[in-house]
Design a protein around this ligand. Structure first.
Ligand code: SF4
Ligand code: SF4
Length: 357
């Protein structure tokens, strides 16, 4: 029985926005297949066919670009489009003959089509320096540089064994799915917040203490003025305290940068979902084209593309060949930062003598 909404809080009911073909075939799709790079068809039990054209978007979109997308949706598919969780824009067409003209129009606008099935999809990313106060690195700039380098894996020019999902989060609060992506680019701070004078006039000290997830902040007094002190050994540079108190800035041009993680996935196919693990501990911020990040990501993509079996995700590939082999193939140096020192780390340590080389 359909439940009736009794509140106007929260997002509107999604069913209001479904294209008619999806409404009438809801739960009754027979199969789907990839027609060509970036184009997929869903076939319903009724015989209805729905064509999806997936194009890359830069995520941070201006109103002019959104209007352009809307014009294309009006022209080709009754005004229906959607954004995927990785910020691709998808046009939902019922007329197959319109897919090629739509792809041409998208290309003219500078949006390549691809990213479906065994391909690198758009990179999901966070706010970066543009928007967020806790960012340790940029987001859109890094993603643009990485995807400019890898777009041949998006548009199908180069084949890869399976899906490869890349994500970027600009600090370890990870607004951007980096814990569960095949390759994760993660901004890291390496110094604790600096306690500024006059903190007691700007911030509620009990709130600041309560904001710290690791209990690293203690009340203190300097020259009789109430303030806080930070236990550096307990700080994980998460910036939660800075979120509630601007007198605890964390950004540090010398010590902020990027780490790269590998092997996460959300899918249940073949293997249960996996968390990403550290591959490259630190790369200096190097805008505007981020050459070291681009080089490292490409290196990892190529090692996986050369060695993975069909449909094998990054994490499954590494699990099969073993982490020592992964470090050997990628040439990434194994450092002390790779050793998990979290209090429950014992659970993740290798506990058998069967090591693969
Ligand atoms: Fe802000 Fe961190 Fe989220 Fe980036 S990942 S948007 S810095 S909270
Ligand atoms: Fe605590 Fe995070 Fe602030 Fe460090 S950065 S003191 S861990 S809230």
């Amino acid at each position: 029985m359909e439940t009736q909404r009794r509140t106007d809080i929260g997002p509107p009911d999604f069913r209001k926005f479904l294209p008619p073909i999806i409404k009438s075939n809801y739960g009754k799709w027979k199969y789907h297949e990839i027609v060509k790079p970036g184009v997929m068809v869903h076939v319903g039990e009724s015989g209805d066919r729905l064509f999806t054209v997936r194009a890359a978007s830069p995520r941070l979109l201006g109103t002019k670009r959104i209007r352009k997308f809307s014009e294309l949706a009006d022209k080709y598919c009754g005004g229906y489009l959607r954004f995927t969780s990785r910020h691709n824009v998808e046009f939902l067409l019922t007329d197959e003959s319109k897919t090629d003209p739509l792809i041409e129009d998208l290309a003219a606008l500078g949006h390549p089509v691809g990213g479906i099935g065994p391909a690198i999809s758009n990179i999901v990313h966070t706010q970066g320096w543009v928007h967020c106060h806790s960012a340790a690195t940029d987001a859109s700039g890094v993603v643009k540089a990485v995807m400019d380098d890898l777009h041949e894996y998006f548009d199908g020019t180069k084949q890869i064994p399976g899906k490869l999902r890349i994500a970027l989060a600009c600090c370890l609060n990870m607004c951007g799915a980096v814990h569960c992506s095949d390759i994760a680019i993660l901004g890291v701070h390496r110094r604790p917040p600096r306690v500024q004078k006059g903190l007691n006039k700007t911030c509620e000290i009990p709130n600041v203490i309560a904001a710290c997830p690791t209990g690293a902040i203690r009340p203190a007094s300097v020259d009789g003025v109430p303030t806080v002190e930070i236990d550096e050994g307990s700080c994980m540079y998460c910036a939660n305290c800075f979120s509630v108190c601007p007198a605890l800035p964390l950004a540090d041009p010398l010590n902020d940068g990027i780490s790269i993680w590998v092997g996460g996935k959300v899918s249940n196919a073949r293997h249960e979902p996996m968390f990403s693990k550290l591959a490259v501990p630190f790369i200096e911020n190097d805008p505007p084209r981020w050459p070291e990040v681009v080089r490292n990501v490409r290196n990892i993509v190529e090692v996986w593309a050369d060695g993975a079996r069909p449909h094998e995700r990054m994490g499954e590939f590494i699990e099969r060949i073993g982490w020592p082999k992964f470090f050997e193939l990628t040439g990434i140096e194994f450092t002390k930062q790779h050793i998990d020192d979290y209090r429950y780390a014992g659970l993740s340590y290798k506990r058998s003598a069967q090591l693969r080389q």
